[in-house]
Design a protein around this ligand. Structure first.
Ligand SMILES: Cc1cc2nc3c(=O)[nH]c(=O)nc-3n(C[C@H](O)[C@H](O)[C@H](O)COP(=O)(O)OP(=O)(O)OC[C@H]3O[C@@H](n4cnc5c(N)ncnc54)[C@H](O)[C@@H]3O)c2cc1C
Length: 353
């Protein structure tokens, strides 16, 4: 059985940031990712101001040129909501943290390339096509079971700590709930995006990102922004809403109201979002990023994932170096400001129609 100091489940921003914090301390880390890499993730792919600062602070550089869309920047002032009564007015996706404001020039990226770059830069070993299905945790360590693509035999890995950075539908969080008290998920929302080649924006404002809150089309934000030569349309609804129907209505609305013209359809993507109360894990199994419930204002989640993931990794490293068993307590202490910011974001949420 291969042995590591830490096995991390999930190669999103939380998993890679956790891995980076651990490799920086000289620890051995294996990241297990169920998808083939580079994998896509349903996302608008915008690095807000705080995220850009965290990328530099934790990974020591900006992402390379190939990670960005052709239209690399979106200015915060060019993000607007539109309603028939008010026309355009400002829409805010990011809010000050601890009294500090962030750069207002955001970066437009391709999530598959960005996430792969973070993972490579973490310096951790990784296996893709490796779906974690179970684990056994004891005082001495954790054994992790995974199913590898193309193999019928389960693979088993040993580690001192296991980290679930496996996103909103976290398997690690679900498996932990059979052993310890885990706060139950709230309601479910569904998110759906379609990419079309852009022929004309008509009278829709250029260069920015436009948000609509219209109950007749979706239960939470509808939005549209450009990525290279593609226009990305997003609709969202409560579990059970027909989002393909919502997408059809949204297209008709954009064509009718603004004269937007869309060309060839490139792809669709979607996901379910459970509302997860914060849960940091138990003993030698910690949870981070969206799996732990860290997501900021109106679904701004990459920064929350990176920051919580990195601090989770640092807490484990400190615990292993000092021979204690207080990783979860250190992690909870280290995340206090993130939790405060989360509360602030929840109080300012303007996301629902
Ligand atoms: C439509 C939409 C648009 C968004 N746009 C933005 C945006 O523009 N900017 C922003 O900051 N945030 C945005 N977010 C939020 C952001 O995408 C998430 O908050 C962020 O990706 C969370 O990172 P994470 O690392 O915690 O999880 P994820 O990025 O979800 O990564 C989890 C990883 O774990 C893997 N995994 C899951 N289960 C297993 C398993 N059993 N075994 C192995 N691997 C597993 C998954 O394949 C995945 O790679 C958006 C969200 C949605 C839904």
């Amino acid at each position: 059985m291969q042995q590591y100091d830490v096995v991390v489940v999930g190669s999103g921003p939380a998993g890679s940031s956790c891995a980076k914090a651990l490799t920086d301390e000289g620890l051995s880390v294996l990241v297990l990712e169920k998808e083939a890499l580079p994998r896509h993730k349903a996302c608008s792919g915008v690095l807000f101001g705080q995220t850009q600062q965290l990328v530099k602070a934790y990974f020591g550089a900006d992402a390379p040129a190939e990670v960005y869309c052709d239209n690399r920047y979106i200015e915060a002032d060019d993000i607007r909501q539109w309603s028939p009564e008010r026309g355009y007015f400002p829409y805010s996706w990011e809010t000050d943290k601890d009294g500090v404001s962030f750069p207002r020039r955001y970066q437009n990226i391709w999530r598959d390339k960005f996430d792969k770059w973070l993972l490579d830069r973490s310096g951790a070993r990784y296996l893709d096509g490796a779906r974690v299905r179970g684990f056994e945790a004891g005082d001495g360590g954790v054994t992790v079971q995974a199913r590898l693509a193309g193999s019928d035999e389960p693979a088993v890995f040993g580690c001192k700590y296991l980290v679930g950075a496996d996103g909103n539908a976290s398997t690690v969080r679900r498996l932990l709930s059979a052993r310890t008290e885990v706060p139950a998920a709230g309601g479910k929302l569904a998110s759906f995006q379609s990419y079309y080649r852009l022929e004309s924006l008509g009278t829709l404002k250029k260069e920015g990102w436009t948000v609509f809150l219209m109950k007749e089309i979706g239960d939470f934000i509808l939005c549209v922004h450009q990525k290279g030569d593609q226009l990305v349309l997003h609709v969202g609804g409560k579990d059970g809403r027909d989002l393909r129907g919502s997408m059809g209505k949204f297209k008709e609305f954009l064509e009718g109201e603004f004269g937007v013209r869309l060309g060839a359809h490139w792809r669709d993507e979607g996901c379910m979002l459970q509302l997860l109360p914060i849960f940091l894990g138990e003993g030698r199994v910690l949870v981070t990023g969206e799996a732990a419930g860290f997501i900021y204002l109106n679904c701004e989640g990459i920064s929350a994932a990176m920051d919580s993931g990195y601090r989770c990794g640092k807490s484990i490293a400190q615990t292993l170096q000092t021979g204690g068993n207080s990783a979860k307590d250190l992690y909870a202490q280290g995340c206090r400001d993130i939790l405060q910011h989360l509360e602030k974001c929840l109080s300012q949420m303007h996301f629902f129609a």
